[in-house]
Ligand binder design. Structure first.
Ligand code: FEO
Length: 389
């Protein structure tokens, strides 16, 4: 039994084996966190993905008879959090489903059920007895319906997707994992789920800034109790697309020509004193590359030309990047070709669409780069590096 504070319990589900969460590589699985507040009235904050519904029900049954639940708060209708509402309502059909206006619509569209809904909005609250559920709408963090629930008496924020991490572990708290590790998972989560919504994150942070928060209970991963102010500060940086003088080289290669250019550019950037990651798209999952990109100022993209265009791995990556919209980066394209060299132009056009500044024209080498081409690529890396400093 995981009692966080008196009468407040973690009752979620652990998905140890999931390795792909709608395209995001979850190398250590994830959790779907739900929380039970036992007071004069009993509230369940969010549910879990339907595949681990039995875990939720077992954990609730260890604490109370689930027929006693009065409220089910649905902070967000995505099915990793709403997927077990029907299962819970079988025990407590009288319970009220508390959600935002958009949440009600979304739940109805997903489940085609007319549950006993109560729509809430920012500033509204519901008393459970000693504790109060207080609601703040946080649209687009992560869907239009998203909201968070605050418990002022205990200074707990039930933040749903915000501040989450895809990490399955027997530990439940940030300090049991350590800042470096939990920050890494939180950064990957932000990079792959929240990046497009920086403006909305800023609005949500502003709306929460007056609250005293001692504990943040997200809907994925461990609970924040020791690093609350640190993770809020990180969110503020990420939301503003604050970057460091770092470079990420993302490339794929057919006959190693583009790879030779990638390593020469890396040498040049290193000579200029720039920290640089080099990620081959065949060996690195795009969701891990996004974590590198989260706080990197310069992105170098490399692809040879295949069939008059990009290698499909680069096409896939650019599609992913386009959706996530990291702003304010410096871009550079490079590649190799046999007879026509459209790949570099396509990458440059895409970066133009992203509104990334491209301080230098790309490198495009016919067939195999020679010593002179590679030496030029090192010099280009040095120039790019000097522009970052
Ligand atoms: Fe964890 Fe947007 O659902």
């Amino acid at each position: 039994m995981h009692e966080l504070k008196k009468g407040i319990y973690w009752v979620g589900g652990i998905d140890w084996n999931i390795r792909n969460f709608h395209g995001y590589a979850t190398e250590n699985g994830t959790t779907y966190n739900a929380y039970l507040i036992v007071d004069e009235k009993i509230a369940l904050i969010d549910t879990v993905k339907s595949t681990v519904s039995s875990q939720l029900i077992s954990r609730i049954k260890r604490i109370i008879d689930p027929s006693r639940i009065n409220y089910i708060v649905s902070n967000h209708a995505e099915m990793d959090h709403s997927g077990s509402i029907s299962d819970i309502l079988e025990f407590c059909p009288q319970a009220t489903v508390i959600t935002s206006k958009a949440g009600q619509k979304s739940l109805q569209r997903h489940f085609k059920k007319e549950w006993n809904f109560q729509v809430v909005k920012t500033g509204e609250s519901i008393s459970l007895g000693k504790n109060t559920l207080s609601f703040v709408n946080t649209p687009m963090v992560h869907w239009p319906d998203s909201m968070v629930t605050y418990l002022p008496e205990e200074k707990i924020l039930f933040s749903n997707d915000a501040f989450g991490q895809h990490l399955a572990s027997p530990e439940h708290f940030d300090d049991e994992i350590g800042w470096t590790c939990v920050r890494k998972y939180a950064a990957k989560y932000y990079a792959n789920i929240v990046t497009p919504f920086g403006k909305q994150v800023n609005k949500a942070l502003a709306a929460l800034s007056d609250l005293e928060i001692e504990m943040v209970c997200p809907s994925h991963g461990v609970i924040w109790r020791s690093y609350v102010s640190r993770i809020i500060a990180e969110y503020a940086k990420w939301a503003n697309h604050d970057t460091q003088n770092k470079a990420v080289i993302v490339y794929d290669t057919m006959w190693n020509s583009t790879e030779k250019l990638a390593f020469s550019l890396e040498m040049g950037l290193e000579n200029a004193g720039i920290r640089c990651s080099v990620r081959n798209l065949k060996q690195n999952h795009i969701s891990d590359i996004m974590t590198d990109i989260l706080d990197a100022k310069m992105i170098l993209l490399g692809s040879p030309t295949l069939n008059n265009g990009l290698l499909p791995t680069m096409g896939q990556f650019l599609t992913y990047l386009k959706g996530l919209k990291p702003d304010g980066r410096l871009g550079f394209a490079f590649g190799s070709y046999g007879w026509r060299g459209q790949a570099v132009k396509e990458m440059e056009a895409m970066m133009e669409e992203f509104k990334w500044e491209q301080p230098l024209k790309g490198i495009n080498v016919e067939y195999v780069p020679d010593e002179s081409d590679l030496s030029e690529a090192v010099k280009t890396g040095e120039k790019l590096g000097s522009m970052l400093l």
